[in-house]
Design a protein around this ligand. Structure first.
Ligand code: SF4
Length: 447
């Protein structure tokens, strides 16, 4: 048995209560996957293939830059893959695609022509690809693609509206040290790809109208409004009004069609109230990393403009507006172990993150996390191309579930169904690791 296979099997053995699906999914998310030519689409025209292509919906989420990826980027890889079967008898597991040509995980066609995931040369699961949605074949009146304006992820569940493609925290002294939003914008521009910096509200409505028309099965259930932080103004508006006016227009045009979510800074309560008044129902004021020293080092812009203590205070305050269950701050799981400043041991990193989970969950607020992808153009990604140890990610799933249960809380709303074999949340396996529920969690009614 070779190294990586031994690693995942030993963790499956040590943590039998963590779904095996989640162990493999975390390993794919932290280290990426490679695609053999046989697994890539035959076309560089993103709208004409059979497979839903990777949309680069906010960050690159790749382990190489576009020029380094070459054909693997031009012949677009899929947005996500779904794993089933194989020697570990995997239940249906949706995984976001992060391309890494050097990964020991390879997606390729087997001798019978069916796609599989191979680790260390052994087929460990079948691979399904997302079919091209009909709405991706349409264009807006100005010729822009629906994928560019309103891509869907999580197997079609979530419309991801990055309406501001850059961040006003700019440069080494302000950008979060794990974030490549600004680089990703530059590399798409350099490659001549359409990549709108600020999406006009009208375009968003046109794209949603196309999605709504074709999505008769109502696979899409939620939208996320997001983009870079706004420290001054964009289009003459501060952050709450800039992002909020999209929700206002969407809710006026499609009342209640989707659950409205916003990922934004932790804003003062009056601004948070404006988000809610605009029609948003779930607020993600991300806390990024719990440890005080690491927050100051990794999020220098947020530390300077707001400060960690105030950031946390605002997160708690926003529960008065949205209801605690509808405040879901994200953190970037794994950066706490990045060299040179992160924790040296998994024990310390888990203890720190658990403290943060307890802080929020004791107030009824359920954080969630995305698995850190060490993108090569970020300061932390450059120094830590392997990401965090897989053991950290597996133990995080364990402590997350235990803390949730300790406080009697359920999985957060707006993420689709929880449970192995059912989850669609693709950028971490926290939903795959929670018990399956009969019904999907709904946002809490407020006011
Ligand atoms: S606030 Fe930080 S994580 Fe968010 S877009 Fe800006 S640099 Fe990236």
């Amino acid at each position: 048995m070779t190294g990586r296979t031994h690693l995942i099997e030993s963790l499956m053995e040590r943590f039998p209560h963590i779904p095996r699906e989640a162990v493999i999914k975390e390993d794919l998310l932290r280290g990426g996957m490679a695609f053999e030519d046989s697994a890539l689409s035959d076309t560089t025209n993103e709208a004409s293939g059979q497979v839903k292509p990777k949309s680069y919906f906010i960050f690159s989420f790749d382990h190489r830059t576009l020029p380094e990826l070459g054909a693997a980027a031009l012949r677009r890889p899929p947005e996500e893959i779904v794993l089933t079967g194989g020697p570990y008898e995997l239940r249906r597991t949706v995984v976001s695609v992060r391309v890494n040509p050097a990964s020991p995980y390879r997606v390729q066609a087997g001798p019978d022509g069916t796609l599989g995931l191979y680790l260390d040369g052994r087929r460990i699961s079948d691979v399904g690809l997302p079919p091209m949605p009909d709405y991706y074949r349409e264009t807006l009146p100005n010729g822009k693609s629906v994928m560019e304006v309103a891509p869907t992820i999580q197997w079609g569940y979530l419309v991801y509206l990055t309406v501001f493609r850059v961040c006003q925290y700019f440069g080494a002294k302000e950008e979060c040290q794990y974030c490549d939003i600004n680089h990703n914008w530059r590399q798409h521009k350099a490659a001549g790809r359409p990549y709108t910096g600020v999406k006009p509200v009208e375009e968003v409505l046109e794209a949603l109208e196309i999605i709504d028309r074709y999505d008769t099965a109502r696979a899409s259930q939620a939208y996320t409004l997001t983009g870079g932080a706004i420290t001054s103004k964009v289009a003459g508006l501060g952050e709450a009004d800039f992002y909020g006016r999209y929700a206002q227009a969407i809710e006026e045009r499609f009342p209640g069609r989707w659950i409205g979510k916003v990922v934004a800074q932790a804003l003062p309560k009056a601004d948070v109230q404006r988000f809610h008044d605009y029609g948003i129902r779930i607020y993600h004021p991300n806390f990024e990393v719990w440890d005080e020293r690491l927050f100051q080092l990794y999020c220098p812009g947020k530390e300077r403009y707001v400060g960690r203590a105030e950031w946390h205070r605002r997160i708690l305050d926003s529960a008065d507006v949205f209801g605690a269950r509808n405040v879901i701050p994200n953190f970037v799981a794994g950066v706490e172990m990045a060299t040179p400043d992160g924790f040296a041991t998994v024990d310390e990193a888990i203890a720190s993150t658990a403290e943060g989970l307890r802080f929020f969950m004791s107030h009824g607020i359920v954080p969630r996390f995305t698995t850190w992808c060490p993108e090569p153009t970020t300061p932390l990604g450059k120094l830590n191309p392997e990401g965090a140890p897989l053991e950290y990610h597996v133990r995080l799933l364990e402590v997350y579930r235990a803390t949730l249960e300790e406080y009697g809380l359920a999985s957060p709303p707006g993420y689709g169904p929880p449970g192995p074999g059912q989850a669609v949340f693709s950028v971490s396996s926290f939903m795959d690791s929670l018990p399956a529920a009969e019904t999907e969690p709904e946002p809490e009614p407020v006011g």
